[in-house]
Design a protein around this ligand. Structure first.
Ligand code: ZN
Length: 398
């Protein structure tokens, strides 16, 4: 029989055991980072809550993305990390947090009109703890239609454009792929130099060099500090009708004396060495580190991207050799031959593709050189020469 006293004791036990721990649980935010770009803005909330339970919804007038987080409370210290984030150049206008119940928090993002938003919960990986990643994809008017209508107003303009387009088609497009970006810094040197920054610098210098020749056009898979998934890098190169794909990286190793440049291609027969396999696995983690939602259901896409042809691998190896020869003139080589492994970013059936590790950012001397504009120019020149030699020896020659 439950008497009144027992009932109250039980109630207290229930209250303390079940509710109190939840009430006391704070949503511990480590950092809030935001990566604006023209295509989308990625916001990452890095936190310590392993089993986070969230619900996400949106509302119109005003436009809002609402993230409900259950069983945690955002306290004042963590709140300030959220609301102090710099929202400049992003579709997010304001962030507010409502803790309506003691164990339930709502983060509200007031936004300008969006095409859509994506939210994902990414488990701890590399140097990151748990992350809530929210992508805001801004609504943009259909540029193509607009520009078409504008052109329609003047037939002369249209004809001119057609002529230009024909000329552009005749040009050879080279896709340059600066590795990492945004949430994914890539390797980090002892003095804090980030791979994503130096490879972007080198890529921009390389673009300027290649485009000095009007027959060539360079397509950069990213031109700023934001993340592009490995698959999207390939897709973009395809869309740009690229004839060559060069992914630029900087290596890292536990021992600071490891040094030198190396060049990699895709291998369909397993990795050429244990080190190459290790490196490919590390580079392939980029999607998760960058906060990308890994879609396991896209089997069709997977097969398409896995169909690398022997012709592509042969051409990639020719391209790799030319680039490696040129790099040998400006720096030591880490590997004297082109190595192969299962790099996801090189899985492109049609385009000769290489991945260049320009130097070891984990080596203090090479880190300093990677940051130095004079040396960046030298790397860009070597890459430029290698690519051009490959093109002049191949069927791409005009
Ligand atoms: Zn890398």
């Amino acid at each position: 029989m439950i008497n009144r006293r027992n009932f109250i004791t039980n109630l207290f036990a229930l209250y303390f055991l079940n509710l109190m721990p939840k009430m006391a649980c704070a949503f511990e935010i480590i950092a809030v980072r935001i990566w604006p770009s023209k295509e989308y803005t990625r916001l990452a909330i890095e936190h310590l809550d392993k089993n986070i339970k969230i619900k996400y919804s949106n509302e119109k007038n005003p436009d809002k993305i609402i993230v409900d987080i259950f069983h945690v409370k955002v306290n004042r210290k963590n709140l300030s990390k959220l609301i102090k984030v710099n929202l400049k150049n992003t579709p997010v206008e304001k962030i507010s947090v409502v803790s309506s119940k003691a164990d339930h928090s709502k983060i509200i993002f007031y936004t300008s009109p969006l095409t859509r938003a994506r939210i994902s919960s990414i488990p701890s990986i590399a140097h990151y703890k748990e992350r809530l990643v929210i992508d805001f994809i801004p609504h943009t008017p259909k540029d193509r239609l607009l520009s078409f209508l504008k052109e329609y107003e003047s037939a002369k303009k249209l004809n001119e454009r057609k002529r230009l387009q024909k000329e552009v088609k005749k040009r050879i497009t080279i896709a340059i792929d600066p590795g990492h970006g945004g949430e994914d810094p890539g390797a980090i040197g002892r003095r804090g130099t980030k791979e994503k920054d130096v490879v972007l610098e080198i890529a921009k210098r390389l673009k300027r060099k290649i485009e000095k020749n009007p027959r060539f056009k360079v397509y950069l898979t990213r031109n700023n500090d934001y993340f592009v998934s490995l698959r999207n890098r390939i897709k973009r190169a395809k869309r740009a009708n690229a004839s060559v794909f060069v992914s630029i990286h900087a290596d890292a190793w536990v021992r600071p004396d490891a040094r030198g440049a190396s060049v990699y291609i895709l291998s369909d027969k397993g990795a050429s060495s244990e080190a190459a396999r290790w490196l490919a696995n590390k580079e392939n983690l980029a999607d998760l580190v960058g906060g990308e939602i890994v879609n396991k259901n896209s089997e069709i896409a997977k097969t398409i991207f896995n169909m690398s042809t022997s012709a592509q691998i042969k051409n990639s190896s020719f391209l790799g050799k030319e680039v490696l020869n040129e790099l040998a003139n400006i720096s030591r080589l880490h590997k004297k031959t082109v190595e192969g492994a299962g790099f996801a970013v090189l899985k492109n059936p049609d385009i000769p593709s290489i991945l260049v590790e320009t130097a070891f950012i984990s080596n203090p001397r090479e880190e300093a050189r990677l940051k130095n504009s004079f040396h960046q120019e030298k790397i860009a020149s070597a890459l430029n020469n290698g690519i051009l030699t490959f093109i002049s020896n191949s069927r791409l020659r005009l």
